[in-house]
Design a protein around this ligand. Structure first.
Ligand code: RAM
Length: 352
């Protein structure tokens, strides 16, 4: 399922599935007629025919979110909805609030949000939900009470394990390692870092995590923080950067520095941003999932919520077009799959 080809043939098939799903949803949920005449409403007052879906990434200009939102757009177009992507330039905790409020005023059917902070956008999201808008978080969650569903790229333990295993391999399972993260409040990175520390302590007793710094998912800040890390930890053997922005900036710094080949770097990156560094030996390996699939799945989940085929309860299942069928797990969470390791042998096979 991961790295599914989102190519030809999907639109027609997904369109037919969408039409069928609407009829089934109407039959199954016994939706009441909307007072405005056109559609119908669900128990929460949402318009089951309102397939306007707004994606709000952590920030704009991040190739990771360009790819995930492209997957979202493909899905929304496949079910003849209206796709919109809006968001802040900087990934600060409450920068998304004004975009959420605008979408609420516009009366969209669903918001699909990657949260910069677990609580800072909660009031705005709950105000949106009070008007009947469905809220799906993806990539980085809010507190569960602020959304209907979280689409998780992979579980936190697995994401932590793959990064620690890769750095351990590259530094001979011994020495000082630092973490270059995204923003200090990011729900996803913070969960992964906690797991990385626990896993490293139990599996690799000779590895010490000496520092965690934050590049704010900003290229220049991440570049500068890499330089500072190397200065302040002269014995550093490796850097783990669980952010696509951070790992690419750190690799660019290492590439032309005296540390190339001496300090290892791994983490989460996109193949297109990391290709040069893997090919010239600055980086041996890194991991990720397919962001396009993540966006696609999130949009399909939004559609299922809007149409009332699911409410987000554990055990609910829905069709996600070409990705197949998915089930809602504990904490209203849907899991995309497992992380995947990219290295010299396979990076040429990927283009995102
Ligand atoms: C950055 C963002 C995003 C994260 C990826 C791995 O693009 O921080 O939230 O999932 O890295």
């Amino acid at each position: 399922m991961l790295f599914h080809n989102l190519g030809k043939g999907k639109t027609a098939r997904a369109g037919a599935v969408a039409a069928l799903a609407v009829s089934i949803a109407l039959l199954a949920t016994g939706c009441a007629s909307d007072s405005t005449g056109g559609g119908s409403t669900d128990a929460a007052g949402g318009d089951t025919g309102n397939l306007a879906v707004t994606f709000i990434p952590k920030n704009l200009g991040n190739p990771y979110f360009d790819t995930s939102d492209k997957g979202g757009k493909t899905a929304v177009e496949s079910f003849s909805g209206t796709f919109q992507e809006v968001g802040p330039a900087e990934a600060s905790p409450d920068a998304q609030v004004s975009y959420i409020n605008t979408a609420t005023t516009q009366g969209v059917g669903a918001l699909v949000v990657a949260a910069n902070d677990p609580t800072a956008i909660c009031d705005a999201l709950n105000e949106a939900r009070d008007t009947g808008i469905k809220v799906v978080t993806f990539d980085s969650d809010t507190d569960p009470e602020c959304r209907d569903l979280f689409i998780n790229q992979a579980d936190a333990e697995g994401i932590a394990k793959v990064q620690i295993d890769e750095i351990a391999k590259q530094i001979g399972e011994s020495g000082e390692v630092a973490i270059l993260s995204a923003t200090a409040n990011a729900t996803n990175q913070n969960a992964w870092i906690e797991q990385m520390k626990t896993y490293a302590a139990s599996e690799y007793p000779n590895i010490t995590i000496v520092d965690t710094v934050y590049g704010d998912d900003d290229d220049q800040t991440s570049f500068d923080k890499t330089a500072a890390l190397l200065q302040s930890h002269p014995n550093l053997k490796g850097i783990v950067s669980p952010t696509t922005v951070g790992i690419a900036a750190a690799a660019r710094y290492l590439q032309t520095s005296e540390y190339k080949g001496k300090v290892a770097l791994t983490g989460l990156g996109t193949p297109n941003q990391m290709r040069d560094y893997v090919e010239d030996g600055t980086v041996t390996s890194f991991a990720l999932w397919n962001p396009e699939d993540l966006g696609y799945l999130s949009a399909m989940a939004a559609k299922a919520l809007i149409e009332g085929t699911i409410t987000g309860a554990e055990g609910d299942s829905f069709e996600a077009g070409d990705l197949g069928s998915f089930k809602v797990g504990a904490d209203q969470t849907v899991l995309l799959g497992d992380p995947f390791v990219f290295d010299k042998s396979n990076i040429g096979d990927f283009d995102f």
